[in-house]
Design a protein around this ligand. Structure first.
Ligand code: NAP
Length: 270
């Protein structure tokens, strides 16, 4: 079964259309990273559909930390802005952690402020980061049961792997999973991934997960977005893995397509 994101997205947008009050997202983008520009394009497209406003502050590559902090503080204070998004990656000289900490937690649309991450770790998230949120929405739509199932996550980043692992451990629906998190130092990776009922991959390596990583009957969720030969591909080698997996998400058209709608949904929640 191919787990496409389109129907999930349509369902979520329909839910948001019924909310009449206006919302506005403040975005801070520094530099010209192509991935970040593509994500911004996707956000604009989704937000137009629901008539949600965006205010973008685009700064040049050599912007100082002080200047970016001023921009965040201005958005923190603005009564017209309901949520703030920092478009990563930022240029190397910018201490991103410092920036995240000054976002007003009530306007933290990605749930990355230490307060919101702490709530998530304790199993009571106020806001769910949009990429893990997209994975959960996809699982919910396709009725993928996580309870008691061995879920292996490849990748331990603060935006995907770590929050997702903690969400799947919650004592709740779409939780109660037995979670294993793997990373670049994990030994015998294939032996672990072959034990998965559900395999979620977020490592940023084009088509890294091949057929021999997966057992028959595994559900494979590919979070990766990479460019290979001018084409968008996931972290999973879709063609070979689809032959053995019980179900698999495509790239593009899988998790990534749901993420921007989850971001929008977070804005309304804030
Ligand atoms: P990241 O911050 O670079 O983290 C990558 C993680 O993968 C790290 O934990 C790293 O391990 C691990 N890793 C790297 N190579 C590995 C290997 N060979 N074997 C096992 N683990 C390995 O990346 P990210 O921000 O989480 O993003 C991951 C992927 O998801 C990227 O392709 C990105 O474009 C995509 N993404 C998609 C969405 C979406 O909306 N669908 C959103 C965000 C990101 P160490 O910790 O040991 O370094």
């Amino acid at each position: 079964m191919i787990l496409k994101g389109k129907m999930v997205t349509e369902k979520l947008i329909e839910r948001l259309r019924n909310i009449s009050s206006k919302r506005c997202l403040g975005i801070i983008k520094v530099g010209t990273d192509p991935g970040s520009s593509a994500y911004l394009k996707g956000i604009k497209k989704t937000f137009i559909k629901t008539e949600t406003d965006i205010i973008i502050n685009e700064l040049t590559n050599n912007a100082t930390t002080k200047k970016i902090k001023e921009s965040i503080n201005k958005m923190n204070k603005s009564p017209n802005i309901n949520g703030i998004l920092l478009m990563e990656p930022f240029p190397k000289h910018i201490p991103v952690d410092e920036l995240i900490e000054i976002i007003e937690p009530k306007k933290d649309v990605e749930g990355i402020h230490p307060y919101n991450m702490g709530k998530l770790l304790l199993g009571k998230p106020k806001i769910i980061p949009s990429t893990p949120g997209a994975v959960l929405e996809l699982m919910d739509f396709y009725k993928i049961d996580t309870t008691g199932n061995h879920t292996v996550i490849l990748g331990r980043s603060n935006v995907v792997g770590k929050p997702l692992a903690n969400l799947l451990l919650r004592k709740s629906r779409l939780g109660n999973a037995t979670v294993t998190v793997c990373h670049s130092r994990t030994k015998n990776l294939k032996e672990i991934t072959r034990l998965a009922d559900i395999l979620i991959v977020a490592i940023g390596r084009a088509e890294f997960v091949k057929r021999d990583f997966v057992s028959k009957g595994t559900i494979v969720i590919d979070v990766g977005i990479n460019m290979k030969n001018n084409q968008l591909v996931g972290d999973v080698d879709f063609e070979s893995v689809k032959e053995i997996a019980k179900a698999i998400t495509p790239v593009p058209g899988g998790v990534g397509s749901i993420t921007t709608v989850c971001l929008l949904s977070n804005l309304y929640q804030l």
